[in-house]
Design a protein around this ligand. Structure first.
Ligand code: 5AD
Length: 346
């Protein structure tokens, strides 16, 4: 098993059979070996530096109905909001003063924010903060629209594939959404020139080891610049409310395997990992993650961006508490940097 991990570190890829073997084991020694190798790999490239991104959750209105997500359109218990351009620019202003040089605009697929409005917003942010990167995370669009976002100045785009297995995809999403279209979006984004982020849920309902192998193989083919994964966490107002949360140790093991397969990738210690266990963020970093994305949204709206239950948005998760974050990272020997933190090959 250690040999397989060494092969992954060296070749940066494995076959389905090899991944299956690595995922079938529950051996703590194997997990620990992957962690150690992944940490070394990240250290060799990024040192003890962690990139930070200011996350602005600008709308929780969504036309989609994904069964796992608390923002799904059928959830009538969700208190909907949409920030104005002024509010978003204000978040950027505060973020800039705190040292953020990447702004991530994330929202549901909200028709109320037209493509024109997004383009205008992106160009305004880029004009006010020419030294900053703008990342969009607003779902599936046509290639033409993605091109317009890019031409307006957007640098990066996050769109998790969620699961790379067709049948599993159909169990997590209503019929109008499908994996082929998701992949089409990701390849279009990449061809246009965006730095692209993808990723998947760990322990989502009906997930098998074979599905996880498909996720790792898909990422090996797509080769995105950013990879975000997190445990599935049930939300009480969704059809998946009674399913158990994903396993934290499996999630961390997968972070390590992803680091080995994608040594240069930007891999966040995601909010879901931090929400599931007390020191999840730190654990993810020790398993090879090199990015954190604190919340820059207005405090009054944070509780309403409820993707899953008990989602963290305070303490080290809050952008204004950069000092808390810094202290927690320094306790494990890491520090944040004021830097765009673009993808580069070392
Ligand atoms: N648990 C964990 N992550 C979730 N997301 C959506 N719903 C949940 C949930 N219940 C994740 C999806 C999406 C990202 C913004 O949040 O993977 O891509």
């Amino acid at each position: 098993m250690r040999q397989l991990i060494d092969t992954l570190a060296k070749e940066r890829q494995l076959s389905r059979e090899q991944y299956r073997e690595l995922l079938q084991t529950r051996d703590a020694c194997v997990y620990a070996y992957a962690e150690e190798k992944a940490r070394e790999t990240a250290r060799a490239r990024f040192g003890n530096k962690i990139f930070i991104r200011g996350l602005i959750e600008f709308s929780n209105i969504c036309k989609n109905d994904c069964y796992y997500c608390g923002l799904r359109r059928s959830n009538t218990a969700c208190n909907r909001y949409r920030l104005t351009e002024e509010e978003i620019l204000d978040c950027c202003k505060q973020g800039y003063a705190l040292g953020f040089r990447t702004f991530v605009l994330q929202g549901g697929e909200d028709g109320g924010y037209s493509d024109d409005r997004i383009c205008l917003l992106v160009s305004k942010i880029k004009k006010s903060y020419p030294d900053c990167a703008v990342t969009l995370s607003i779902g599936e669009r046509s290639r033409e629209v993605y091109q317009r976002f890019y031409d307006a100045g957007a640098d990066r785009y996050l769109l998790r594939h969620e699961t790379a297995d067709e049948e599993h995809y159909a169990k997590l999403h209503p019929a109008e959404l499908n994996l082929a279209e998701r992949k089409r979006c990701l390849y279009d984004l990449k061809e246009i020139g965006f730095q692209v982020g993808s990723g998947f849920l760990v322990g989502s309902p009906y997930q098998t080891i074979e599905h996880l192998c498909s996720d790792l193989l898909f990422l090996q083919t797509l080769r995105p610049q950013m990879i975000g994964i997190g445990p599935f966490i049930p939300h009480e107002d969704t059809p998946f409310k009674s399913f158990p949360a994903g396993d934290i140790n499996l999630t961390l093991y997968l972070v390590s395997l992803l680091r080995l397969a994608h040594p240069d990738a930007l891999i966040p210690a995601t909010t879901a990992v931090g929400s599931l266990v007390e020191n999840g963020r730190e654990q993810a970093i020790l398993h090879g993650a090199n990015v954190v994305m604190p919340n820059l949204s207005p405090s009054k709206n944070r509780g309403d961006y409820s993707l899953y239950n008990n989602k963290l948005s305070d303490g080290a998760e809050a952008a204004e508490s950069r000092a808390i974050l810094e202290a927690r990272l320094s306790a494990i020997g890491y520090c944040t940097v004021t830097d765009r933190g673009d993808y580069k090959v070392y």
